[in-house]
Design a protein around this ligand. Structure first.
Ligand SMILES: Nc1nc2c(c(=O)[nH]1)N(C=O)[C@@H](CNc1ccc(C(=O)N[C@@H](CCC(=O)O)C(=O)O)cc1)CN2
Ligand SMILES: Nc1ncnc2c1ncn2[C@@H]1O[C@H](COP(=O)(O)OP(=O)(O)OP(=O)(O)O)[C@@H](O)[C@H]1O
Length: 231
């Protein structure tokens, strides 16, 4: 997999930007698609429902092309960080697909981990090593996860990067997930960006503002098929 150079161009952003986010465009702004979805006044549930519908309406072909482009950017990020232990997720419900990225990481001998819903500690995740021959089981949401083997568990502080799934995000790095608070609880364990939490999502998942609560931890970096946001 080749690594694309980041193209930086902050001119002509098609939406009003009020944040201090540094945005690198992988695509030129004219190639950026839709205007930003105005989520002001909407409840978390309504935003979640709207964005889940949007990302699920992408065709299989679009999904796979966008995932390939975004995976190249994410791989460049991982290599720039010299990350050796990277938590990824397995695609669910129209999320930006990760299998091509996982294949590239395996090829490069970078250790891959997946979230596993903690069997006793409600609302918490464990991260477990994922190899080509891992035995997989489905969790309560129908998402495959490696069968729990304590020898394959890594602590959050031992990870270098957590590629974080999300439903919606905004330009301030605020994220909203599927509603379980699993990643919120994980991200409270991050100290000085170790591990670095990097959001990975389709452009159509950006909204004007994600309503936040005290437990929400903003993401320092978000990668989409067209952009890299550094907050
Ligand atoms: N790919 C992926 N894996 C992940 C997450 C994720 O967001 N994406 N998670 C991030 O936290 C955790 C799982 N959290 C999830 C929370 C809710 C649903 C879900 O589909 N909920 C249904 C309702 C199901 C029910 O009520 O039992 C729904 O909203 O339709 C899925 C995953 C761990 N693994
Ligand atoms: N750090 C935390 N400590 C305690 N409870 C939390 C924490 N984070 C989230 N929660 C609880 O989890 C519930 C779900 O949170 P929220 O809707 O923000 O999840 P989410 O961001 O959509 O999901 P996820 O983080 O799994 O992707 C909240 O109602 C809250 O009570």
């Amino acid at each position: 997999m080749s690594i694309m150079r980041f193209m930086t161009n902050t001119d002509n952003r098609p939406v009003t930007s009020t944040s201090s986010a540094r945005i690198s465009y992988f695509a030129t702004p004219s190639e950026l698609q839709e205007p930003l979805f105005d989520s002001s006044g909407m409840s978390r549930d309504n935003i979640r429902r709207h964005v889940r519908q949007e990302r699920n309406s992408l065709s299989t072909e679009e999904q796979s092309q966008l995932a390939l482009i975004a995976s190249r950017h994410m791989l460049a990020e991982i290599q720039a960080q010299s990350a050796q232990h990277v938590a990824v997720y397995l695609t669910h419900d129209g999320e930006l697909a990760t299998q091509k990225l996982i294949d590239a990481l395996w090829e490069l001998n970078i250790n891959v981990y997946l979230p596993l819903i903690h069997p006793f500690c409600k609302g918490h995740l464990l991260f477990v090593r994922y190899d080509r021959d891992s035995v997989m089981v489905k969790n309560q949401y129908g998402i495959s996860e490696p069968k729990l083997n304590v020898q394959h568990v890594i602590t959050v502080e031992q990870l270098d990067m957590i590629i974080t799934p999300m439903v919606a995000f905004d330009e301030h790095g605020n994220r909203m997930g599927m509603g379980g608070g699993y990643y919120d609880r994980t991200l409270t364990q991050v100290v000085n960006n170790k591990p670095l939490a990097v959001g990975f999502a389709h452009d159509c998942q950006e909204v004007s503002q994600v309503p936040t609560d005290f437990w929400d931890v903003p993401l320092p970096v978000i990668i989409t098929p067209t952009r890299r946001l550094a907050i």
